[in-house]
Design a protein around this ligand. Structure first.
Ligand code: CMP
Length: 140
C-alpha cells in the first residue's frame, strides 16, 4: 500500500474544549504521523475558500461561521493509505452515526461541531494540503 498524505483540521469545538491532545493521540495510535501542524484562526476568505465546494448547500454560511468561531489546528498526516485510514479513524460525518471508538463518536458534538475534517480523496488531499502548507513546512 502506498504512503500517502492527507489534510486534517481539528475544528473550533475541539480546540475550545482542549481535546486536541486526545485527538492527536487517536490519530497517532492508528498509524498516522503528524508531519506538519499549526494552530490558526481562519479568516473569512480562508473558511469560504476551503469549503467553496459546499457553497450551494443550505449549511454553508453556518459552516463558514462555525469554522471562524475559534482556533483550528491544520495538520498534514502521513501513513499507509492515509486518506482512507484518517476517514476511518474520524468516523461518519454525523457523530450520532459514527462507530464507537472513532474520533467523532468519542469527541464530536453534532454534525456541524464534529471536531475534525479529513480530505476525502488523494486528489483533494493534495489541493487541501497546499491550501494551508508550503512544502518546506512539512517535516516527515
Ligand atoms: P467536513 O468533513 O468538515 O466537511 C463539510 C462539513 O459540513 C462537514 O464536515 C460537517 O461538519 C458540516 N455540515 C454541517 N451541516 C451538515 C449537513 N447537514 N450535512 C453534511 N455536512 C454538514
Amino acid at each position: 500500500m502506498a504512503i500517502q498524505r492527507t489534510l486534517s483540521i481539528i475544528k473550533p469545538d475541539a480546540t475550545k474544549r482542549d481535546v486536541t491532545g486526545k485527538i492527536n493521540q487517536m490519530l497517532e495510535t492508528s498509524g498516522l504521523r503528524i508531519v506538519a501542524q499549526k494552530r490558526i484562526k481562519l479568516s473569512q476568505d480562508q473558511a469560504e475558500g476551503f469549503y467553496s465546494v459546499h457553497k450551494e448547500r443550505p449549511f454553508y454560511n453556518d459552516l463558514v461561521n462555525f469554522m471562524m468561531s475559534g482556533p483550528v489546528i491544520v495538520q498534514v498526516l502521513e501513513g499507509e493509505n492515509a486518506v482512507k485510514l484518517n476517514r476511518d479513524v474520524m468516523g461518519a460525518t454525523n457523530p450520532e452515526e459514527a462507530d464507537k471508538g472513532t474520533i467523532r463518536a468519542e469527541v464530536g458534538l453534532s454534525i456541524e461541531a464534529n471536531s475534525v475534517h479529513g480530505s476525502d480523496s488523494e486528489e483533494n488531499a493534495i489541493n487541501e494540503i497546499s491550501f494551508f502548507f508550503e512544502d518546506e513546512e512539512i517535516c516527515p
